[in-house]
Structures are given as structure tokens and as C-alpha cells.
Design a protein around this ligand. Structure first.
Ligand SMILES: Cc1cc2nc3c(=O)[nH]c(=O)nc-3n(C[C@H](O)[C@H](O)[C@H](O)COP(=O)(O)OP(=O)(O)OC[C@H]3O[C@@H](n4cnc5c(N)ncnc54)[C@H](O)[C@@H]3O)c2cc1C
Length: 442
């Protein structure tokens, strides 16, 4: 159904030679961002956007470092030029006026995207519709390939170009076996209003380490919106299978311990689990069916950040669609991915894992911000390698880094069964046979 409750039409029959229709499965951050990016790039195809959700609420908090290409800048509510990481080596405060840490309210991101989409007569947003399957045609050959057939809870529809933006647990992904380095970032956050000023609104706390049992780290994350208002999250980065913790109780205890003098009201609560896996995700499931966002592995395995990476990816994809270039195959620089894997490997074995994060955060602040958002280049990746405690990251991790450095190419994501973690299989045709098939769109 459309947002107004009416039945969603199938993609209109447009002349395929000029504006072949596009279907975007999933209207979360990456599906909405891609649709806006396609519009910005001047793509005039009809775009059908499908999501099972029935509306948009404040369902998460996005933070990232501001770079020139930040999408939805109107959604930014706060900027912090300084951020801190505190742990065994003391508290480090970094400052970057060029790339401040920014908070984007989810509800504002959604409104900005929906306004853009509402104003575009070529886009149809269909909510309350679950995607069940997407089957690719037999494959390439000269000219446009057979369309991808999508089945939802409401209908079957087809288009030559379909994007899977269904998130990290896309139902279109074949079940991938777990990786021994699968981590999860679990958190509970309270936005509180205190009866007296106790927060320093000039510095966002990225990590303030707390005692942690077992593999991983636990820390407090604090976004000070004013001297009396802050979002405080009790967070752990730990193996996916780690036992559950009562984070609300732990958070209440920590607030009482740090600020025993305050009385406060909790204005908003959020909780979440961000998968942090070094598995390689396919960016192409078969001819005409591409993944974007978390479904393409955009969530950074070492940090859980994905906002900037998603924006970078959708801009590149939209540019390629608009100009008829091959769609970009990599959601991340393969060197960054290898470094992230080495980081998780070290996290899994280090006796003092907090030091790993502190070492990364000790990078020169502009370089750190660029590295965290993929806005830099090899020089920033090298700066990260220099900053990290390479001895602690271990010989095995470094070997994997060195061995893989040149391995991943333009389509760097390993296809089915090709090495560790490359276990997701395309739904229909082998992506290898499909690569180089360029959907030509005006
Ligand atoms: C709680 C939380 C907080 C985060 N905070 C940050 C942050 O501060 N900074 C940062 O950089 N990253 C953050 N991330 C990571 C990342 O930015 C988000 O996960 C981001 O939302 C990923 O976007 P996506 O569109 O790929 O997936 P999603 O936003 O998850 O969107 C997937 C969409 O697909 C829909 N869908 C799923 N299955 C179906 C189906 N079968 N049929 C129809 N629709 C379906 C869902 O309803 C959803 O709308 C956070 C993640 C979470 C979970």
C-alpha cells in the first residue's frame, strides 16, 4: 500500500529503451538515500520503493563525521568539533573543526528523504508490503537482460534493475555460515534531562570504557546536547553469542555512580544491535539485482558505522546508473576491510582490547574522521595502520592484511564460496558471468 493507504500500482510500462523502471527493495536509510541520489543524478526512470514498514519514527540515532558530501544536512541537529575516548591510557580528546562529529535525527533524515520523494512524480513509495523473493533472469547477452521478478506480500512485479536495500538480514541473501569473528554492538540508550548542568556540550564521548567480562569491550557513549540533556548509551562490542546483560539496570547504575547529585527524567529510550562482521557481502545477487547499504556489507565491521559509507555508495551507484557506467562493485576500500578484519581478530584475542580503540582514536583527528567515513584515501588507511598497535594485532592478522592487500579488485567481493566468508550465493545466475553487463540508463 502507498503511504496514503491506497493500493500501489505496478511500475508503469515505460519505453524500456529510454527509461527502464527501477525497483528499490527496502526504504530504510540506503533505499531512501539511493532514491534521492538517483533523482539528484537526473535519472528519469520510474522508481518503485517497497518496504514492509508502515511509517517512519525516531527508530535510531545516526552519528558520523561531517564531510563535504554529507547527505540530508538538514537532519543534523548537533555538531561537536571535539570527541573523547577514555580508557586505560587516560582520556584522549581530539578536535577537528573541518570534520566535526554530527548527530542526524532519524526522523529528520526520513522527512528530508520523503519530501524529496514526494516531490518527484517518477517515484512511488509502497509501505506495508513485504518482499518475499527476487528471481533474476537467465543472464546477459547483448542488450538488456531479462528483468528481475520480485514477489511481495501483495503482488509480483518486474524491472531490469532492482536494488536490494533490505538491511543486514536481507531475506534475499542465502544463509551465510557464521564467521568466527562475528561481533555485535549492543546498546541501550536513554536521552535524559537532568535537573542541573552536568554535561559538557563541547565534547562528545565516543567511548568511556567500563569493566567487561569476556571477549570485547563495554563502554559508555554520551552525546551532550546541552549542559542538562544528553543521550547516554550503555554499549558492548562483543561476540554475537555473548550472554545477555540487563543494560537498563547497568545504565541506571552508571548514571547514579557518575552523577549522584542529579535527578533526571528519561525522555527517550532506544536500544539496538548492530552486526559487526568481516564477512564479505555480494554487491550483485544476479543479473540486474544489486545490493546496497547494510545488505551490501556497508556496516563497518570494526565500528558499526555505516551512514557515510552508505551515502558514498549510493552516490556512486546513482552516478553509474545516470551515465550508463558499470555499477561500482565495492562498498568499501578492500584495504579498509582487511584492516577491519585484522582489528576484529585483535579484539578477539587481545588481553587489553580497549587499547586498540584508544590507539585508533589517537590518529591525527582529520585523518581519523576521514578514515572512519571512507572519505580519505590510501594515505589515511596507512595512517591507521601506523596508529594501531601492530604487534598486538598479531602476526596472523597482519598476514591476512598483507596477503589480501592486492587480492580484492574492482568487484572485490568474493563470489559464492570463494574463500572465507564468501558464502552468500547469488539467487539465480553467477555474478561472475554477469559482471560487466552494463544497464544503460539515460
Ligand atoms: C540502532 C542502530 C543505530 C545505528 N547507529 C548508527 C550511527 O550512529 N552511525 C552510523 O554510521 N551507523 C549506524 N548504524 C548502522 C547503519 O547506519 C544502519 O544500520 C542503517 O540503518 C543501515 O541502512 P540500510 O538501509 O542498509 O538498512 P535499514 O535501515 O535496516 O533498512 C532496511 C529496510 O528494509 C526493510 N525490510 C527488511 N526486510 C524487509 C522485507 N522482507 N520486506 C520489505 N521490507 C523489508 C526494513 O523495514 C527497513 O526499512 C546503526 C544501526 C542500528 C541498528
Amino acid at each position: 500500500m502507498g503511504p496514503d493507504g491506497t493500493a500501489c500500482p505496478s511500475p508503469p510500462a515505460v519505453r524500456p529503451a529510454t527509461h527502464p523502471p527501477i525497483i528499490v527493495l527496502g526504504a530504510g536509510l540506503s533505499g531512501l538515500s539511493l532514491t534521492c541520489a538517483l533523482l539528484d543524478a537526473g535519472v528519469r526512470s520510474s522508481i518503485t520503493l517497497i518496504d514492509r514498514r508502515r511509517g517512519y519514527t525516531r527508530d535510531r540515532t545516526w552519528c558520523t563525521w561531517e564531510t563535504a558530501d554529507l547527505r540530508f544536512p538538514s537532519a543534523v541537529t548537533h555538531r561537536w568539533a571535539s570527541w573523547s575516548v577514555g580508557g586505560p591510557d587516560g582520556v584522549q580528546i581530539a578536535t577537528s573543526h573541518r570534520h566535526p562529529y554530527v548527530h542526524l535525527a532519524a526522523e529528520r533524515v526520513y522527512v528530508a528523504a520523503l519530501e524529496r520523494i514526494d516531490a518527484a512524480p517518477t517515484v512511488t513509495l509502497c509501505l506495508g508490503e513485504s518482499v518475499r523473493d527476487a528471481v533474476c533472469g537467465p543472464g546477459p547477452g547483448p542488450g538488456p537482460g531479462a528483468p528481475v521478478r520480485v514477489t511481495t506480500s501483495a503482488r509480483t512485479l518486474e524491472a531490469p534493475l532492482v536494488f536490494d536495500a533490505l538491511g543486514p538480514h536481507s531475506p534475499l541473501a542465502a544463509g551465510a555460515p557464521p564467521d568466527r569473528l562475528d561481533f555485535a554492538q549492543r546498546f541501550v540508550g536513554w536521552e535524559i534531562e537532568s535537573d542541573r548542568p552536568v554535561f559538557n556540550p563541547a565534547v562528545a564521548t565516543l567511548m568511556d570504557f567500563l569493566p567487561h567480562a569476556g571477549v570485547g569491550v563495554t563502554f559508555l557513549y554520551l552525546l551532550p546536547f546541552s549542559p542538562t540533556r544528553a543521550l547516554i548509551e550503555h554499549t558492548a562490542i562483543e561476540p554475537l553469542a555473548a550472554p545477555a546483560v540487563d543494560r537498563d539496570a547497568a545504565l541506571a547504575e552508571e548514571i547514579a555512580r557518575r552523577w549522584p547529585e542529579i535527578r533526571y527524567e528519561c525522555r527517550h529510550r532506544e536500544r539496538g544491535l548492530i552486526p559487526m562482521t568481516p564477512r564479505r557481502f555480494p554487491t550483485e545477487r544476479g543479473p540486474g539485482l544489486y545490493t546496497i547499504g547494510a545488505a551490501a556489507g556497508a556496516i563497518r565491521p570494526s565500528s558499526g558505522y555505516a551512514y557515510s559509507r552508505i551515502q558514498r555508495q549510493v552516490s556512486a551507484v546513482a552516478g553509474a546508473v545516470a551515465t550508463g557506467r558499470p555499477l561500482p562493485g565495492d562498498v568499501a576500500d578492500p584495504r579498509t576491510l582487511l584492516l577491519d578484519r585484522a582489528f576484529l581478530q585483535a579484539l578477539a584475542s587481545s588481553p587489553d582490547p580497549a587499547r586498540l580503540f584508544q590507539a585508533a582514536a589517537a590518529m591525527e583527528p582529520d585523518a581519523f574522521a576521514r578514515f572512519m567515513t571512507d572519505a580519505g584515501g590510501p594515505r589515511d588507511v596507512l595512517a591507521a595502520v601506523r596508529a594501531l598497535p601492530v604487534r598486538e594485532m598479531g602476526a596472523a592478522a597482519l598476514a591476512s592484511l598483507a596477503g589480501g592487500w592486492g587480492r580484492a579488485g574492482r568487484r572485490g567481493w568474493a563470489p559464492a564460496g570463494d574463500g572465507p566468508g564468501g558464502a552468500e550465493r547469488p539467487r539465480a545466475a553467477d555474478p561472475a558471468t554477469a559482471s560487466g553487463r552494463v544497464p544503460r540508463y539515460p
